[in-house]
Ligand binder design. Structure first.
Ligand code: MG
Length: 400
């Protein structure tokens, strides 16, 4: 026995008034996730291996809209004009297939773009010569009947109740004949094809529908579908990094001040303040993250207030400036370059001091030391250099 032929009719002639009438046409021509609803729907049927011909029933005014929406796919389908009702449009689709009738036909709403291959398979596999197939979902909500005045008249038992979906599939000749008969008798109130089949005495088997196979009826349905399919826009967090560099020369003395800690040494560092080269570099790095100039802008050596000052003041003041600008200090990294004194024994204390000044956890602070391999002014023990970087996260995003 040869494989039965299955055709599809996609109903797209509705004007979709409930979904609003935007400038871009009826809802089936609007895009969800950048692809027109109708292109998604037609594509699902056109690419399915068990489905042959696809007839799309459109409103006669919508030819250009359809061509624009589906592009080259228009060559794979048959387009016919619909009638004033869904039922009349379905009949036009059935007539378009009559010359070369398929064994079966699936009839689907264009406004259900999320019909899956699995659902189409399930329906195709359930087809029999004397029986239609209806995908449906068991009703899970409690159903109320209204009294017509906005009050509940009664609760309807939901036993054996199903909400019907499309595509609904039928033996072609049987459903076409049922439609022709309904038309001859002037019956046009059927809300789906399974109802016509029922009226015509064609039995209809229920198969499990798919929850995602929703009909896009209201503007909110389209917006929801679009939101679901649109990848979230990438966020570019406003993370800024600043660097700082400083050098101070040795002078006669008995200790140096480095990263907030006094270390006994045969020299001191000369400078206007306490000459804490590490804190100066870090202060500059932090100021750079909010475009606030440099350490000389805020604490000029010409200002007598800073003579011999504790450089911790500079760092605390700068951390406050950063916070006032909305920033959160994420990390700080200081490298001291010197031949002596040895930094290692004081590292933990220096990190603790800077953590306290910046009001961040010690784990966010790095302190490293290196020598200059006896090269240059540092190698000749004429002074100490410091390099620092700071990372600060500001609220919002980096503008485009
Ligand atoms: Mg300095």
């Amino acid at each position: 026995m040869s494989t039965p032929t299955i055709a599809a009719i996609i109903l797209a002639a509705g004007r979709g008034e409930r979904a609003g009438s935007p400038a871009d046409g009826p809802k089936q021509y609007r895009s969800v996730g950048k692809v027109p609803v109708i292109a998604r729907t037609i594509g699902a049927f056109a690419r399915h291996p068990k489905i042959g011909r696809v007839v799309v029933v459109i409103h006669r005014d919508d030819c250009a809209l359809l061509r624009k929406a589906i592009g080259a796919m228009i060559d794979e389908i048959v387009v016919v004009s619909g009638g004033p009702t869904r039922q009349a449009s379905t009949l036009e689709g059935l007539r378009a297939l009559s010359e070369r009738p398929p064994d079966f036909v699936m009839i689907h709403d264009a406004a259900r773009p999320f019909v899956s291959d699995e659902l189409l398979d399930r329906i195709a596999d359930a087809l029999e010569d004397d029986c239609g197939v209806l995908p449906a979902l068991r009703v899970s909500d409690t159903i109320k009947r209204e009294d017509g005045c906005g009050f509940v008249r009664e609760t309807v038992s939901r036993d054996n109740l199903h909400a019907s979906q499309t595509p609904q599939a039928f033996p072609f000749a049987a459903i076409r004949d049922a439609h022709e008969k309904a038309r001859r008798q002037g019956l046009q109130d059927f809300t789906d094809d399974a109802a016509i089949a029922e009226w015509a005495g064609i039995s209809v088997r229920l198969v499990a529908g798919a929850p995602e196979n929703v009909k896009l009826t209201w503007p909110a349905d389209i917006e929801m579908a679009d939101l679901k399919l649109t990848p979230r826009t990438a966020v570019f967090p406003d993370v800024r990094t600043g660097t700082g560099y400083d050098v101070h020369a040795f002078a006669d003395g008995d200790h140096v001040r480095l990263c907030g800690v006094s270390i006994p040494h045969e020299k001191r560092l000369s400078g206007h303040s306490d000459a804490d080269v590490g804190l100066h570099a870090l202060t500059d790095a932090l100021l750079a993250t909010c475009g606030a100039g440099d350490i000389g802008t805020h604490f000029p050596p010409s200002d007598g207030r800073w003579k011999g000052a504790d450089s911790g003041l500079f760092l605390r003041h700068t951390a406050n400036l950063v916070r006032q600008a909305g920033g959160r200090i994420s990390s700080a990294d200081v490298t001291l370059v010197c031949e002596a004194p040895k930094i290692g024994p004081h590292r933990a204390q220096m990190i603790a001091a800077m953590a306290e000044m910046l009001e961040i956890s010690p784990g966010r602070i790095s302190l490293k030391a290196t020598t200059s391999e006896k090269i240059g002014f540092i190698g000749r023990k004429e002074g100490i250099a410091a390099i620092a970087s700071a990372t600060v996260v500001f609220p919002g995003e980096v503008p485009q």
